[in-house]
Design a protein around this ligand. Structure first.
Ligand SMILES: [Zn+2]
Length: 192
């Protein structure tokens, strides 16, 4: 999926992307001498590399700390985690919330780390289905448990702004593993 340009430094990527965006804006007929547009290619390049596609840099994976789990009977549920991602088909935003639950084995994660892991995988061109699976698989291996549930509701701007231009619909994906396929399923689904 990733080309050899992944060996460039962030600075080199930003310069190259800004150059390409200059061409795109000129091809669209925009006047880059206009003071309002002059720095737009650099602004887009910086935003791509440092913010909305920062998850393409594997060094950006959050550092984690664990706490010993007080008991493994409890379900830990984090609701309404804000998600801002980009659809890889149209390079338009997908925004909404993720709801994540797990049953701990030996240890639990600091709560904000669940947010950070979800947001790490969101910060690259994505498909909602893959994003849901990547978060679930990552948490499953980090927490060494199969008992993970990830549900996500996102609004896709490629549906909202173009094509059918539907401003109301949201897309829900749900990936249930381990106990969440059986005994914990109702408890999880009732809460979202
Ligand atoms: Zn799309």
């Amino acid at each position: 999926m990733y080309s050899s340009s992944s060996t460039l430094t962030s600075q080199e990527k930003q310069l190259a992307i800004a150059e390409k965006f200059t061409e795109i804006l000129e091809l669209l007929g925009l006047d880059l001498e206009d003071p309002s547009l002059q720095k737009t290619p650099q602004r887009i390049a910086k935003m791509y590399v440092q913010e909305i596609f920062s998850g393409l840099n594997s060094n950006s994976f959050p550092s984690l700390f664990f706490i010993e789990a007080p008991c493994s009977e409890q379900m830990i549920f984090v609701k309404n985690i804000p998600i801002h991602s980009m659809c890889e088909h149209h390079f338009l935003p997908m925004v909404g919330h993720a709801h994540i639950a797990y049953c701990p084995q030996k240890h639990i994660l600091g709560l904000s780390k669940i947010h950070r892991i979800a947001q790490h995988f969101a910060k690259k061109p994505q498909l909602q289905e893959r994003l849901t699976r990547e978060i679930a698989n990552s948490l499953s291996s980090i927490l060494r448990t199969e008992d993970i549930a990830v549900c996500m509701e996102l609004k896709h701007f490629c549906v909202l702004m173009r094509g059918v231009q539907d401003i109301d619909s949201t897309t829900r994906t749900c990936l249930l593993k381990g106990q969440f396929l059986h005994s914990k399923k109702q408890e999880f689904l009732c809460q979202i």
